[in-house]
Design a protein around this ligand. Structure first.
Ligand code: SAM
Ligand code: SF4
Length: 369
């Protein structure tokens, strides 16, 4: 048996195994890693995909991350914030369709008007769905008071990607006033408040190694992350990192393959977490998200943002489905998921099993929500 097969044969991976699996360098080895992860997914979370309806609430952002298409300094964008009533009618539609959860995502703002907007949306979405729709927030770094206010209003899950667990790499991707330590502290705060904690990284960042990706997966474990949303880094033409990966067009296949392997190795190491098949996978291949599901992901985020806003929320070049309505998006995804032999968890919240198990065991002191 070769080293890779010996590792895949283990009941429990060791931290040192992760970089070996991530570095699998032949199609046959890569397929073995993905197949093993799919088997673990079926055993641990079943052939069920959970939908989280995504609202790209606003592209106003006070930050300036060097990779992001909606960064503060990008003046080529028309900035928008979707009116409350439009979000509420979209959330009602999602609830009526049987979606178990919605995600409110936007650029980062911390002014009182924004804090109040999120509080109002959370309160009203919980009310209109009779507390059935679980709400995930993905609106960046905030104060403890703000995180507590939103949690009390009914938001139970929070997604804040650490982007990379390597502080030095983080510094190369952000202006000097952005802080990796602050972001990590926000994750700790969110966990201590009782949120179901989501995080993730970008995969294939300029200068990133498989050893760093392996440490990212260990970081998720260490910081008690139970929902993971990670996807390939894709350059955006109007950002400072537009040319950070030379000849990106030729490297799309390798970028996708590394992203899929990272999903797979995460599933192998943390079998009971929720993992999203990020939309960015589909920017690299038309069936990228389905490939993500076959690599071990079990969550998809159908876009519920009205098409009139979508083109102004382009984080990276080639964002897919910019002119598809929520109904088209649902229909298209249903067909794709059925073709894999999986079902959609309509009418289910799809909480992270790792989170439920931890809370049941009272293992890490997180408040129950
Ligand atoms: N502003 C919030 C934040 O940063 O946490 C939430 C929205 S932000 C647009 C969501 C994620 O988009 C970021 O965490 C980042 O990983 C991802 N993203 C931004 N630019 C990207 C790019 N060029 N390629 C891939 N992902 C990107
Ligand atoms: Fe703003 Fe988030 Fe983009 Fe950074 S990644 S510029 S915080 S929207």
């Amino acid at each position: 048996m070769n080293r890779l097969d010996t590792i895949l044969d283990k009941d429990r991976l060791d931290p040192d195994d992760l970089a070996v699996l991530l570095g699998a360098d032949t199609p046959a080895k890569q397929a073995s890693v993905l197949d093993a992860a799919y088997a673990v997914k079926i055993r641990e979370v079943g052939p069920v995909v959970y939908f989280r309806g995504l609202f790209e609430l606003s592209n106003l952002c006070s930050k300036d991350c060097l990779y992001c298409g909606i960064r503060r300094s990008n003046q080529k964008l028309e900035r928008y914030t979707i009116p409350i009533d439009e979000i509420l009618s979209g959330a009602r539609w999602a609830w009526e369709q049987g979606y178990g959860s919605v995600v409110l995502q936007s650029g980062e703002r911390s002014d009182p008007a924004f804090v109040d907007l999120i509080t109002e949306l959370v309160t009203k979405i919980r009310a209109l769905s009779h507390d059935q729709l679980a709400i995930t927030l993905s609106v960046g770094e905030q104060s403890e008071e703000t995180y507590r206010t939103w949690f009390k209003s009914g938001a139970e899950r929070y997604l804040l990607r650490i982007e990379t667990s390597d502080p030095e790499l983080y510094r190369r991707l952000h202006p000097a006033d952005h802080s990796w330590e602050r972001r990590r502290d926000c994750l700790r705060l969110l966990h201590s408040i009782g949120y179901q904690l989501g995080s993730g990284v970008m995969i294939g960042l300029p200068g990133q190694s498989v050893e760093q990706l392996a440490r990212d997966i260990l970081f998720f474990e260490q910081e008690r992350v139970v929902m993971i949303g990670m996807g390939p880094f894709i350059p955006h033409a109007d950002t400072p990192l537009r040319d950070a990966i030379r000849n990106f067009a030729w490297k799309r296949h390798a970028q996708l393959a590394l992203a899929l392997r990272t999903i797979a190795v995460t599933r192998l190491y943390l079998p009971d977490v929720n993992i999203a098949a990020a939309t960015a996978l589909q920017a690299l291949a038309p069936n990228g998200r389905e490939q993500g599901l076959m690599a071990g992901a079990n969550v998809i985020m159908p876009n519920l943002t009205d098409p009139k806003y979508r083109s102004a929320y382009q984080l990276y070049d080639g964002k897919p489905c910019v002119d598809e309505s929520a109904t088209q998006c649902r229909g298209c995804l249903e067909g794709r998921i059925a073709s894999l032999g999986e079902t959609i968890g309509f009418g289910q919240r799809g909480d992270s099993r790792r989170f439920l198990r931890r809370n049941a065991a009272g293992a890490d002191g997180a408040a129950s929500c």
